[in-house]
Write a protein that binds this ligand. Structure first.
Ligand code: GTP
Length: 595
């Protein structure tokens, strides 16, 4: 046990975590050149494309220093706020962390929030300035930032480049020298923390764990404490480039267990594994049920594909337990699912996986956060869907989730950021200078306001010189209303949105305008209205027109005409009927395209 080191790498997005991890694996010969893909740890296609590590994984390296053999377990952490609970559990499995800071970018919001998570878990922090090969590297400036932030001595800061390999050996030496070996009682009852799980279509769910006390052996009867279920350890082992089965995994080590579980829901990140016969007295602290933060409807484009879509959703949920869904019926879109996601990125990932892995084309409706409505009879109603909002006359009050947002930027942009955040109902809580040229702003804001376009707006109002991170805070009373869209007097339920009253009119007006752009003219006039209750707050009109697309062609070209007609036919298939109005698919996505 004294020669084991468990560590992770924490960094702001794009500061070079994956590249550096690759170098560590190469340097310790955990992988050879031939096995070396661009980014070994990011092994989902989607992850690679998005350039972010979505699911945490772990890998074991062998390393020799002064004739001693060490086992280094690198636990990978996801790099996006949607997954911050998973990050916290991965950190809980470690004794130390490399804090990676891009030499050209300096400390950013996620550097700090990840650092706080690491400190919460009492990790030994090894600061590393990365990408020092870059022309724009500001090594001295970043050193000062780090010294200010964590109060280390200058000589404790390592310099590295994942690209050229500078500093890799020094990092490995520092891991051995500075990160404490795991503690724990080899003879105590088994206590192991599940920090991640992956789905394998042949083996079922593979849970990754870190043993704090005792050991786990192949064939053991084990219990997952928080779910309360018992299983048999069909296989246990360690994680190298692939799974390597072992007869046992001991105190302090990191490994995997396969129990024949097929459903990701049964394996919860943060849960404790113990032995059924000789259970540990307490579970490992910090377990939480992950709760979805953002909800939206997912509907098949072709109504008949509903059952097929259900099948795909079931399969997706098998390997992504944080996805929740239930059947939803919409007058406009027919049968579909109300889905809960950890955040907007998670929603995008699910949508993309449905399309790529499962070949489904879907319509996603306006996302909203989860509100709590208290009725005049003091009943509590969780509102994840505009249609669940009780009648306004029966509502006493509504609460919405708030977050703590942390923005790091240059002082030049404080004004713009203040304007943006106050406009999003934010409250400035704190402003502090990290260095004379970097300021940290803390706001409390409604989650609903950052769901849509906050990050894009932040980027454009700071020319990209701002980094952003957020964490959930609490629920607060708020004046939320349901805004409906009517087409010739018929409500389009799939376009209803839950929104703060002060926002409704502006939002309604923009949405009506956008729909005017997206709805094809028809042979009669179409009134597009936005309403809160019975009050119309915005209106646009599409005038009638003869529906002859070929009129666009200037005479002669027959093949072009035919093409247009084909296109029209194709488009028609993708129309939905609302009362007497035909609505194209993309209109349902209009909300996401508002600016
Ligand atoms: P996320 O997983 O998205 O958080 O990114 P990451 O932190 O893993 O960053 P990644 O390793 O994917 O690197 C981000 C970008 O920086 C890539 O374009 C890399 O090629 C580049 N990069 C990484 N390390 C270095 C380095 O040491 N020097 C230079 N010049 N570029 C680097």
């Amino acid at each position: 046990m004294k020669n084991i080191r468990n560590f992770c790498i924490i960094a702001h997005i794009d500061h070079g975590k994956s590249t550096l991890a690759d170098r560590l694996l190469e340097h310790t010969k955990t992988i050879n050149e031939r096995q070396m893909q661009a980014q070994v740890l990011d092994d989902m296609d989607l992850e690679r494309e998005k350039g972010i590590t979505i699911k945490s994984h772990a890998i074991q390296m062998d390393y020799e220093l002064n004739g001693e053999k060490y086992t280094l377990n690198l636990i990978d952490t996801p790099g996006h706020v949607d997954f911050s609970y998973e990050v916290s559990r991965a950190l809980a499995a470690c004794e130390g962390a490399l804090l990676l800071v891009d030499a050209a970018q300096g400390i950013q919001a996620q550097t700090i929030s990840n650092l706080y998570l690491a400190l919460d878990n009492d990790l030994e922090i090894i600061p590393v300035i990365n990408k020092i090969d870059m022309d724009g590297a500001m090594i001295e400036v970043v050193k000062d930032q780090i010294i200010e932030l964590i109060g280390v001595k200058e000589e404790e800061i390592l310099l590295a480049s994942g690209k050229t390999g500078i500093g890799i050996e020094e990092i490995l030496q520092a891991i051995v020298a500075r990160i404490p070996a795991p503690k724990g009682e080899p003879d105590a009852p088994l206590q192991a923390l599940i920090f991640d799980s992956v789905f394998n279509s042949f083996r079922g769910i593979i849970a990754y764990f870190r043993v704090f006390n005792g050991k786990i052996k192949k064939g053991d009867k084990v219990r997952f404490v928080n779910t309360g279920e018992d299983y048999e350890a069909d296989e246990v082992g360690i994680l190298k480039l692939g799974l390597q089965a072992r007869s046992e995994v001991n105190t302090g080590d990191v490994g995997y267990i396969i129990t024949g579980i097929k459903n990701a829901k049964e394996v919860k990140v943060g849960d404790t594994i113990t032995l059924s016969q000789n259970p540990c007295k307490v579970a490992i602290q910090g377990f939480e049920e992950v709760k979805p933060m953002v909800f939206a409807g997912i509907f098949p484009v072709v109504t008949e594909d509903f059952e097929e879509l259900r099948d795909c959703m079931d399969k997706l949920q098998l390997n992504d337990a944080s996805l929740t869904f239930e059947t939803e019926t919409s007058q406009a879109l027919g049968f579909g699912f109300r889905c809960g996601f950890l955040g907007m990125l998670h929603m995008e990932i699910i949508q993309e996986r449905l399309e790529r892995e499962f070949k489904q084309t879907v319509i996603t409706t306006v996302p909203n956060v989860s509100f709590i409505a208290y009725t005049t009879r003091d009943e509590k109603v969780i509102v994840n869907n505009p249609s669940e909002m009780p009648d306004p006359s029966k509502i006493d009050r509504i609460e919405e989730p708030f977050i703590r947002a942390q923005i790091i930027t240059s002082p030049d942009y404080i004004g713009n950021i203040m304007t943006l955040c106050l406009g999003k109902r934010g409250m400035l809580i704190n402003q502090s200078y990290l260095t004379p040229t970097r300021v940290e702003l803390i706001f409390e804001m409604p989650l609903a306001e950052i769901v849509f376009d906050f990050y894009d707006k932040l980027k454009s109002s700071t020319r990209g010189y701002a980094s952003f991170d957020y964490h959930p805070l609490d629920y607060r009373i708020s004046d939320i209303v349901r805004m409906d869209i009517l087409l010739n007097g018929d409500k389009v339920d799939a376009l209803s949105a839950l929104i703060h009253r002060s926002r409704a009119e502006d939002f309604g007006r923009k949405l009506c305008l956008k729909l005017k752009e997206l709805l094809p003219r028809q042979q009669f006039m179409i009134a597009i209205q936005a309403a809160v209750g019975s009050k119309i707050i915005a209106r646009e009109t599409i005038s009638a027109m003869r529906k002859d697309v070929t009129a666009k062609c200037y005479g002669g070209d027959i093949s072009r005409k035919r093409k247009l007609l084909e296109k029209q036919k194709e488009g028609k298939k993708r129309m939905r009927q609302i009362g007497n109005v035909e609505v194209p698919q993309e209109a349902f996505l209009a909300v996401l395209k508002l600016n």
